[in-house]
Design a protein around this ligand. Sequence first.
Ligand code: TYM
Length: 335
Amino acid sequence: MTEEKVNKKRIYSAIQPSGQLTLGNYLGALRNFPKLQSDYDCVYCIANMHSLTVRQEPAELKERIYSLLALYLACGLDPQKNVLYLQSHVHEHAELAWILNCYTYNGELSRMTQFKDKSSKHADNINAGLFTYPVLMAADILLYQSDFVPIGQDQKQHLELSRDIADRFNRLYGKTFVIPNPLLSRQGAKIMSLQDPDKKMSKSDTNTSNFVLIVEDPSSIIKKFKKAVTDSGSEVRYDEENKPGISNLINIYAAVTDKNVIEVEHEFENARYGEFKAAVGEAVVSALTPVRERYAQLMQDKGYLDEVLKDGRMKASEIASVTLKDVYEKVGFVV
Ligand code: TYM
């Protein structure tokens, strides 16, 4: 364990560079990261190896890696206080994933809802990586002896599997891994599609009206919120079952303005849907504008981004190598 880890609990999370990030990624994950940087020892990864489970255009993937790093920084992550690194730069991920594959059952993997979803969306490419994806995610988390993992609701099942794998390994070989806990944000954990609020907002959605990007042009954001699907009735009231559209917009507004649902209902007690949708759009634009501006500046300076990656690679490798060595010794490899 590193010296810092002795005093502080460790936070670990990762995002895939497999598309431009949406408001869902921002509210469910990214926005929460900088709030943790003073009190925890934080490690954030760009999960490019996970991205290969779906076909990627190489030049685009490379650009999106820089783009995700720039977003990490633009949201306020200080590279002096956090480890920011690229998954493929630290070979221990692939190595531990192999070991953990041998301690994970097919039955467990076939129950993963994301695997079922992605297999139906990419029926022509149901590759083995898509199936063992959660094992690589477990390797990510467990290599860093992570105490808490800030994620959106959709990753909770994967985190639970990581806990089961860690526990199984610990029982067999003695305490090796810290058992990680999920950290879910109060309002932003499950942001839904703007046109189809029964499904989550996703960066891989083919209908661009369904999502808002973190770096999207403000006028386009306002337009998308004006067009967002609402429900029958006219009251701005939270009711996920009968009013999924309005409830999603209430969640978004609450998350970006740091209010709770009751406060939002109260604020828009006498408002019509149209007025409320315009207010949500404006609130989202004001939350995202500083991020978009800082992002644009950072993307001009690839040299700086490369330096951050180089430093992150060194720091991440230092932590990961200690865990992998311990695992290799425990399973009986000659190290
Ligand atoms: P990814 O890249 O799909 O999403 C990144 C983060 O954004 C959250 N998220 C959402 N939150 C709220 N509402 C939404 N509509 C929404 N869409 C996405 C996700 O829950 C996630 O926290 N497997 C992970 C990446 C990963 C990882 C890890 C995460 C790889 N290794 C280790 C944590 C720890 C993924 O695909 O997230």
